[in-house]
Design a protein around this ligand. Sequence first.
Ligand code: UD1
Length: 414
Amino acid sequence: MTGGARLAGDVYVAGAKNSVLKLMAASLLAEGTTVLTNCPAIQDLPLMADVLRGLGSVVTVEGDRVTIETPAEPSHIADFPAVSKLRASVAVLGPLMGRLKRARVALPGGDAIGSRPLDMHQNGLRALGARMEIEHGQVVGEADRLRGTTIFLDFPSHGATENLLMAAVLAEGTTVIDNAAREPEIVDLATMLNQMGAKVTGAGTSTITIEGVDRLSPTTHRTVGDRVVGGTWAYAAAMTRGRIAIHGVDPQHLATPLERLERAGATVTPTEDGFIVEATERARGVDFITLPYPGFPTDLQPIALALAAVADGTSMLTENVFEARFRFVEELARMGVDAQTDGHHASLRGREQLSSAQVWATDIRAGAGLVLAGLVADGVTVVNDSWHIDRGYPEFVADLVSLGAKVERHTTDS
Ligand code: UD1
């Protein structure tokens, strides 16, 4: 891509990757036809469809609509290749334990962004009465019955909260998840579960209460907009001194990242179906601290670093969620960024214009961050391994072109 363009125009953001994959897993909780709409055209979605097919579901993807026919008796064994290809496949553990009281799920793959243990998932299920082991690279769970209890999470893990929620909806009695994750995707999942007949209260707060029910019925549900994709476009507008109207994302779901953006000098205006970000001056350096929601999302960390790379002054970023994400800083350094990293901290002094280079995407968000950096570089930047981006951003290149970026896609690296 060739840097220099000011991005301007409209982007329409689809449903959230980190929601839809879990909503698909939740379909396992009820026999019959589940319909999900506003689904994003990302590569992880057909992979999750394959995971469900491997368990006996019939899955059809048509445009933004995913239809899942869940059998009366799904398989409890998920150990086929699709499972190891995506991290979110571990989200079938909770529904399988809830519905079948047994599960055998291969340990998942996903982004190389740091160690991702499953201890909180397993300990929570143990507290509900299950026997949980890791055997031959699989998480194996078995229970005679699941009984509600209070589960305290050491850290508000997104994935553990979802799995425990999906197991507890069919447990006997009342489960309380304390120190639960509060992300909008958790609220989305709880909303869908309640539409299915579950009794979940408190989603979006640190204490979620679940009254178990005997059975659930399938439903139709619209996936919440992707705040990470929306946040990426917001930062792209600020980095290129542009103006982007972002549709389909609730700005309240991005309160912290948008507050940082305003501090950097951009203007944020809410609209009926999203918000507009506009910047006329070079961004000022600001500090970022990643934290569980409602803190600054770790998934926007590379995007924040890309902004810092072109901001006026020094920015300090503290990463508190995934430790290995600073590999991205090494790629930014290829583009002439003056950066220091030390454990959980990165300090960057921005340059008004970056130096174009060959760079390598190491995960979804790092890939997007490098593309944004290339938009503010002096010549032609080549982002290798850009297939990572397709796992989380539908139509990324088409959207960039429609906003005026000079970017093209070569398929040699996928
Ligand atoms: C999800 C998102 C990911 C996002 C992350 C944090 C999906 C598919 N992925 O990942 O994009 O960056 O939330 O918002 O939805 N941990 C443990 N033990 C556990 C579980 C987690 O130690 O049992 C640790 C992890 O190593 C990590 C931290 O807790 O350091 C956060 O992980 P978690 O919130 O569980 O993230 P994921 O659900 O894996």
